[in-house]
Design a protein around this ligand. Sequence first.
Ligand SMILES: [Zn+2]
Length: 343
Amino acid sequence: MLTVFLLNVNGIMISDVTKSSYAATFTWNAAGLLHAFVDVEQDAYLAYGDRLSASAMTLKTDTDNRYRFNGKERHDWAGYAYIDYGARMYNPVTGSWLSPDPLADKYTSTSPYVFCAGDPVKVVDPDGTELYIYGKRNKEAFEQLQSAVSKKMTLSMDSRGKISYKPTTEKKLHGKAKRLAKIIDDSSIEVKVSAENTQQTKDGKQLLGGAFMGNKVENKNGIQHVVAYQEVNPIFLGKVDEAYGTKGTLMMHEVTEAYEGALISKKEGSNAPPADDSQINKEDSVYNRAHNAATQQPPIYYRQTDVSGKIPSDPKLATRTQYYIIKGGKIIEIEKRENPLNQ
Ligand SMILES: [Zn+2]
């Protein structure tokens, strides 16, 4: 799953100068677009490090503390009222959604895997190879994955979406290539990635670029076998990749997240549910552990406005969400979605 940081009026202000290497101030013009920014410093840690520590994400000084936490404090700045939604901003893990999923109740009794029943996951596994990418956009997802490891291995995908690889070097694989090879080779874990250009997961939740859809531990002839599900939107992920100049980094995160989740479930012998709000907010959920163990991805920021173009006093009133990345001191908009978080 993508980690998304809320961009408040002053942007993300990361303090604790000893730890942080990043401080930025953003202002927005009346149209709600980026107007100016100053004092931007950035290093590789932040650019690739979605795992900012809580302390690194807290705000600069006590005087800035108005912006901190618990989401209720209101600010008037440049004629706008802003609300800091706080906790979610400095807990990257919970950074995704501002309001409870209105559909959540509907799905509590549903097995996380039910979506597959409605999906012709043409993916039986007769021969033990363990990574599949299917869906209408599996070609893009495949290409992104290939670009993440292009110097080390050549990937191929058959008509069922089954991925295999061939090293292009005699040298021992390391880094992302090594991780991907392990996923493909591990016959005890099957990773199924559904790739569609959609804003919703198959169980009706918000999908930005990637979603952890849980996994299922099976017993096959006395041998434990885990099937892990991930849903991705390669179009969104591709735009982020493009803007950052990262190659397949986001897709790599999604694939390794599914796999890491399956490793945990295999060890514990029980299924993992998809990353809904309750899982996201639970620090030791399989999802959170998997997300942390996955390859890192660069951060994405978002900002919500209401019909008048202002940041609403209640996030539920937001009608538009804009997603950004920050690179070299510049804010680059990735996508705008109408009322996406509150559907
Ligand atoms: Zn993730």
